[in-house]
Ligand binder design. Structure first.
Ligand code: TYM
Length: 322
């Protein structure tokens, strides 16, 4: 579709989500964000972006960022996202995102941004948050609002960010007239928080991940490290991950047969995870850097066209379009 017709004229609703290129993807990213996207994206006009400028809030290593960027897009393609069906793009290639973020930053207050969980966490840990981290929610609001996004599929940890986006939209609309659609988050209950090997939210920063494209040995190592210090017959942290790939009905006889035998249950989980992830791993290994670049070039050009149409309207309303 060219241009940016108003929401009511569009045949399909818009769905958009993003992931930071912050290193090897884990199954928390897959079950929390990529799979929900994959399951529904063809019903919508869909956008999937790799948010490289957000990653700068924590990463200052050009080689790592470049490698992570390529890796993220390879991952999207490997899990089965068809770049002809979704606009797959790179945030930094669409400069309208940072432009609009600035506009929002001028509309919200410092105390409002101080409520953000990511910011508060850093402060609570005694770390010095950079200004990018402080403004993070406004760049994310721009990511979403530039495309008149209706629905944002994310994990539970992003709920507050979507609220910030709605708030930014409302602030702009009140000040300058109706311009932005207020987006809704889509968080499915059972996958809102994928637990890691220690039972806490799976996250690279907690070192409790199971890699999405790891070798069988890497999967085995991660699964064997799952904490099973409960005294129940069912090791909850093993079951919670197993439940992502097999139904309760399928798991009931297995967990009954191996009641209390944590090692046998972990071995069954390794077997099932490896079988589940293998086809994706094979596709991942076949995708080249050139494939990734071609997809990003094409997707980012499409995204830019929509974003620029929106920004023309925004600039006119702000009074900077002479
Ligand atoms: P990021 O890169 O931390 O995570 C990407 C997506 O994966 C989900 N996720 C999880 N879901 C369930 N359980 C887990 N253990 C788990 N770990 C990660 C996250 O909820 C997220 O949906 N701020 C965003 C990136 C972003 C974005 C956007 C998202 C920037 N702009 C616009 C949507 C729309 C982030 O840091 O996600």
């Amino acid at each position: 579709m060219t241009g940016n017709p108003s929401a009511s004229l569009r045949p399909r609703k818009r769905l958009l989500t993003g992931l930071q290129p912050s290193g090897q993807l884990h199954i928390g990213n897959y079950f929390g964000a990529l799979k929900p996207f994959l399951d529904t994206y063809k019903e919508y006009e869909s956008f999937l972006m790799v948010v490289d400028y957000h990653a700068l809030t924590t990463l200052r290593d050009p080689q790592a960022l470049r490698a992570n960027l390529i890796d993220a897009v390879r991952s999207y393609l490997a899990v089965g996202i068809d770049p002809k069906e979704a606009t797959l793009f790179q945030q930094s290639k669409v400069s309208q995102h940072t432009e609009l973020a600035w506009v929002f930053e001028c509309l919200v207050t410092v105390p409002f941004l101080m409520q953000a969980h990511a910011y508060k966490d850093k402060v609570a840990k005694g770390l010095e948050p950079n200004a990018g981290l402080f403004n993070y929610p406004m760049l994310m609001a721009a990511d979403i609002l530039l495309y008149d996004t209706d629905i944002v599929p994310v994990g539970q940890d992003q709920r507050q960010h979507i609220e910030y986006a709605r708030e930014a939209a409302a602030k702009f609309n009140n000040a300058f007239g109706q311009t932005f659609t207020e987006p809704a988050e889509k968080i499915s209950d059972e996958i809102a928080v994928i637990p890691g090997t220690d039972g806490k939210k799976m996250s690279k920063s907690y070192g409790n991940t199971i890699p999405l494209f790891g070798s069988r040995d890497e999967i085995a190592k991660a699964v064997m490290s799952i904490v099973t210090d409960s005294d129940s017959a069912v090791p909850q942290n093993v079951y919670a991950i197993h439940r992502l790939i097999r139904s309760e009905a399928e798991l009931a006889p297995l967990y009954k047969e191996h009641e209390g035998k944590y090692k046998a249950l972990k071995e069954a989980l390794i077997e099932d995870l490896d079988a589940y992830l293998l086809p994706m791993r094979e596709r991942y290994n076949a995708i080249t850097e050139a494939d990734v670049k071609a997809v990003l070039e094409d997707g980012s050009a499409r995204a830019r066209e929509i974003a620029e149409t929106k920004m023309k309207d925004v600039r006119a309303k702000l009074g900077v379009a002479l």
